[in-house]
Design a protein around this ligand. Structure first.
Ligand code: DGP
Length: 113
C-alpha cells in the first residue's frame, strides 16, 4: 500500500535492520525499542488488523507464529520473550500494517498479563 511505512520497508524503499526474511515474512528491529531486544515480525501482505485479514493472510500469520521461535532463538532469547499484537486505536496501534512485537533480552518486570 502506497502510504504504508511497513510496505515501504518490505519493498526496500526505507532501510531497516533485518533479522529474518523469506518470501512471506520480514522481521526487523523496532526503531523505538521498548526492551533490550525489540523486533517486529510482519507479513508481507498489507492488512491492518486480524479483523480485516482474508484466508491467505491468515495463513501468513500462521507462518509468522511458526517462525517466531526460530527468530527468537537467533536473537538469543533463551529465557523467554513477550509477543504483542496491537489492534486498533485503544491498543495504541500506530502502524496500520499487522505486526507482531517480540520483546525480550531482559526481565520484563511488571506486566499487564
Ligand atoms: P504499534 O504501536 O503496535 O503500531 O507499533 C508500531 C511500531 O513500529 C513502533 O514500536 C515503532 C515502529 N516503527 C514505526 N516506524 C518505523 C520505521 O520506520 N522503522 C522501524 N524499524 N520501526 C518503526
Amino acid at each position: 500500500m502506497a502510504d504504508c511505512i511497513f510496505c515501504k520497508i518490505i519493498a526496500g524503499e526505507i532501510p531497516s535492520d533485518k533479522v529474518y526474511e523469506d518470501e512471506d515474512i520480514l522481521a526487523f528491529r523496532d526503531i523505538q525499542p521498548q526492551a533490550k531486544v525489540h523486533v517486529l515480525v510482519v507479513p508481507k501482505s498489507h492488512f491492518a488488523t486480524l479483523a480485516e485479514m482474508d484466508e491467505e493472510q491468515a495463513e501468513l500469520v500462521r507462518k509468522c507464529m511458526v517462525k517466531i521461535p526460530e527468530i527468537a532463538k537467533s536473537l538469543g532469547l533463551s529465557n523467554g520473550y513477550r509477543l504483542i499484537i496491537n489492534q486498533g486505536k485503544d491498543a495504541g496501534q500506530t502502524v496500520h500494517h499487522l505486526h507482531i512485537h517480540i520483546l525480550g533480552g531482559q526481565d520484563m518486570g511488571e506486566k499487564m498479563l
